[in-house]
Write a protein that binds this ligand. Structure first.
Ligand code: PAF
Length: 278
């Protein structure tokens, strides 16, 4: 497996690489959720490149950029084992060569002005910008993103379509621990007690899905009940929203729903979502 640290090295690799190229963008600290993306890419592409880059542009001033877990050697071992052909692990100055700054920002309108976008100003500009850069550097045919970050997936899909990148965006189902908590690098910040209480997040979302399946369409009271379940467990909820899969507001006539929630448990911000089709 090649470790490529510069855009020039990726360009060189790309010159000698044919077939369907799959890209899995990550910030490292790989867990089974990332490996599901990698395995999907290996199945659906001839060659797979994984990027590992903790992108400063998508972190807010009071967020966990400095402490974000970095486990490069273990990540590479897992990727080698999975059959990945190359890892792109650039420095910040490689990705933001103009003194670490970027005068050019990719902003996806509308779908970033809700949910996590309201709570993390600038976050999705950082994501859309770095993913657009990665697409330009790697020029993949397909790129793989987890449904756990459902709004991010929608933003990336729209960015890719609007900018005519030609990159096909593949969404991969969320991987959960046996007890239902969605895998996230941030789960390791939780104390043992918080880890137990964190189950209220998938629990509250699951309650909404069950009620929607039963035909309940009183979205506001379902959201309020889910909010209470999270608060009772110690969460400071950011949002609980029942929407359509394209993130438009749900209506009684909708044939598919996505329930999305986020909140802080102690110092840790967790997000999750589940879908259901009528
Ligand atoms: O989901 C992530 O890990 C990041 O937001 C991504 C897509 C790698 C962009 O930095």
């Amino acid at each position: 497996m090649k470790i490529l640290e510069t855009t020039a090295a990726v360009a060189q690799w790309r010159l000698n690489t044919s077939g369907v190229i799959g890209l899995v963008p990550t910030m490292g600290n790989l867990h089974a959720g990332h490996m599901a993306l990698v395995n999907a890419a290996c199945q659906r592409c001839d060659r797979v490149i994984v990027s590992i880059f903790v992108n400063p542009m998508q972190f807010g001033p009071n967020e966990d950029l400095a402490t974000y877990p970095r486990t490069f050697d273990a990540d590479c071992a897992a990727l080698r084992h999975a059959g990945v052909e190359a890892v792109f692990a650039p420095s910040v100055s490689e990705m933001y060569p103009q003194n670490g700054a970027s005068l050019t920002t990719v902003h996806v309108d509308d779908i970033t002005g809700m949910l996590c976008g309201n709570r993390r100003p600038g976050h999705f500009d950082g994501v859309a910008t770095v993913v657009a850069k990665l697409f330009n550097i790697v020029r993949p045919n397909r790129a793989f993103f987890g449904e756990k970050d459902f709004q991010q997936l929608a933003v990336v899909r729209r960015m890719s379509a609007d900018l005519c990148t030609g990159v096909e965006i593949a969404g991969v189902a969320t991987v959960r621990d046996a007890d239902g908590l969605a895998l996230s690098s941030r789960n390791q910040y939780l104390t043992a007690d918080e880890r137990r209480r964190a189950l209220a997040l998938p629990g509250a979302i699951g309650d909404c899905v069950t009620a929607l399946r039963r035909g309940d369409r009183d979205f506001r009271s379902l959201e309020a009940r889910a909010w209470s379940r999270m608060s009772d467990a110690g969460f400071d909820p950011d949002y609980v929203e029942i929407r359509q899969p394209d993130l438009a507001p749900a209506t009684a006539a909708s044939s598919a729903f996505r329930v999305l929630a986020a909140g802080h448990l102690g110092q840790t911000r967790l997000i999750d979502n589940m879908g259901m089709t009528v």
